[in-house]
Write a protein that binds this ligand. Sequence first.
Ligand code: SAM
Length: 274
Amino acid sequence: MTETPQPGQAPTRLVSHFLNRDRSNQSSGWAELWDTDQSDFWDRGKPSPALIDWIESQPEVLSSTSNRRPKALIPGCGKGYDVAMLALHGFDVYGLDVSQKGIETARAYAEAELREPSLYNFATESNGSLAESSIGSVWFIQSDFFQRDWEKEVAAEGFEGFDLIYDYTFLCALPPEMRKDWARRMSELLAPSGVLACLEFPLYKDLGAPGPPWGLKGVHWNLLAEGGDGMIGEESANDTRPLKGSFDRVAYFQPPRSYENGKGTDMFSCWRLK
Ligand SMILES: C[S@@+](CC[C@H](N)C(=O)[O-])C[C@H]1O[C@@H](n2cnc3c(N)ncnc32)[C@H](O)[C@@H]1O
């Protein structure tokens, strides 16, 4: 997403757009941005390099499901870069976005990309050959992540949840009071053996500064491991609390590659249900 202003600077256009919008007006705020062609606020123009590197180095993520393709969910999928990329790596992928225009844009992008994949979908050029034999399917759903009605579009016989859910710039797009619901929905949507992968961003931004993007340093840990409400302040971000959350963190590292706007601070975390 766009730069965070320095102290004394005017808020960015994205922050101004969401200023004074309560929870019930968040979705319409995103839809307006899509409808007025302002997705450049967050569009990075390619799939997440950190996710590509992780997927390609973790073949067990793909083999964790017996005789079917693993199912992935990208909530707040935007133009669908990561949806298409995961399908090119053999996942059946669901992209969810609250904006109809966003979903139409993503559908068109993915269709073209699956027909003729860009090299940026793979860590190395040679991995492009992975795609030829094993492209998964993509579905795009226009709905609100916090509602349950769209789940029936995914439910198939034996469906027990997603094998992989990836969050990049979805949690940071939500006002802090929605964070606890984000964590609850993640626990409802993940398969018992599934992995929630998060590219934690922005970690350089003050927790008290207005968003989106909202600063997230320590927020994933608080929500998922500690079972908190994620409304932590700078002064308590490093406090140690009992681990009452629904998730165990099974991996945590600085990705070798990430988007430039992470300023070298992005972290990649992987979570499993307890
Ligand atoms: C900051 S953008 C990030 C998009 C994408 N992850 C990317 O990196 O390009 C946030 C996206 O989440 C979508 N969104 C916001 N609230 C949502 C909700 N409650 N349910 C589903 N999508 C939502 C917005 O329409 C927008 O496309």
